[in-house]
Design a protein around this ligand. Structure first.
Ligand code: C2G
Length: 129
């Protein structure tokens, strides 16, 4: 059983998120997603439209996702990797290199972001209407 983990806010869930989760799931058998809590988002300087419960519900409904866990702080990743027997940690490449320190615990990979879509772009285009 090969387990992959990724983390994020996943606000206004869109096809860029789906394509990342789909590609990650194709690398193994079980995909776990750490969804950032509202408190952690505040630490990241992000204000999500949907709250944690709503975002977690949406991500959990994605057919590529097997388990959702809360992401409450930056330093939880090593414990999650060990506790959940993770084989691969994956993120979009806007995070390229940022989590290489986890390579002593599992494989670390960065996948290309999907172009021309982001939560910020969605919000901006809606505010122009
Ligand atoms: N993503 C993507 N393509 C996009 C938009 C996002 O591949 N067009 C990926 C990002 O690279 C990230 C994931 O989708 O890996 C979630 O993106 P965000 O919700 O913006 O997450 P972020 O704020 O980057 O939080 O500890 C890690 C952080 O919680 C990541």
């Amino acid at each position: 059983m090969k387990t992959i983990i990724t983390y994020g806010t996943f606000d206004l869930f869109h096809y860029g998120h789906v394509r990342l989760l789909h590609r990650l799931k194709m690398l193994g058998d079980r995909l776990i997603v750490g969804v950032s809590t509202d408190e952690f988002n505040a630490l990241k300087g992000k204000a999500a439209f949907f709250n944690y419960q709503q975002r977690a519900e949406i991500v959990a409904a994605c057919r590529h996702v097997d388990l959702v866990v809360p992401e409450t702080h930056w330093q939880q990743k090593p414990q999650d990797i060990q506790r959940l027997n993770v084989d691969i940690f994956g993120m979009g490449n806007d995070w390229q290199g940022k989590f290489d320190s986890l390579a002593n615990l599992c494989e670390v990979i960065y996948l290309d972001r999907t172009g021309h879509i982001s939560t910020t772009e969605i919000k901006n285009s809606l505010s122009l209407e």
